[in-house]
Design a protein around this ligand. Structure first.
Ligand SMILES: Nc1nc2c(c(=O)[nH]1)N=C([C@H](O)[C@H](O)COP(=O)(O)OP(=O)(O)OP(=O)(O)O)CN2
Ligand code: ZN
Length: 125
């Protein structure tokens, strides 16, 4: 199995409203979010690619348009934890990816800080 990954960034605000008020993350605050998508395949195409990194630009464009310099609590309909965001983004990627990338997504990782991340793993179909 070959895997490739590409990382994207956006800046956004959020707060975790389910947390008690004394928790620091219940207050509005911001992160320089990083999102890494991982694709995997047993076979290579073209010059020896799982997929051309450049073909993942659609995902970066979506992140920029949907989330950059926005309040995640207003643009998402769920509590914006890293875990929930990672699963949501995996679903979006699978729905929006061009046909030749179908079935290649393996995981999406959302990194809120330099040391904190959550990964949603896609079960290959
Ligand atoms: N499992 C999760 N735990 C926490 C999440 C999350 O999405 N999933 N989110 C938060 C907050 O959003 C917080 O902003 C990030 O948490 P944390 O890593 O604790 O942030 P710090 O800047 O305080 O990190 P340090 O490295 O300890 O300075 C909380 N938990
Ligand atoms: Zn946070």
């Amino acid at each position: 199995m070959y895997t490739i990954s590409k990382e994207f960034r956006f800046e956004a605000a959020h707060r975790l409203t389910s947390l008690p008020p004394e928790h620091q993350c219940s207050r509005p605050h911001g992160h320089s979010y990083r999102v890494r998508v991982e694709l995997g395949s047993e076979e290579l195409t073209g010059p020896g690619f799982v997929a051309d990194f450049g073909e993942l630009a659609f995902f970066g464009s979506y992140l920029a348009a949907a989330f950059d310099h926005r309040d995640l609590n207003t643009v998402l309909s769920f509590e914006p934890t890293s875990e929930r965001l990672a699963k949501y983004l995996a679903g979006w990627f699978i729905d929006a990816a061009p046909p030749h990338l179908d079935g290649l997504l393996r995981s999406v990782t959302v990194m809120e800080t330099a040391t904190s991340s959550a990964t949603y793993h896609v079960v290959p179909s």
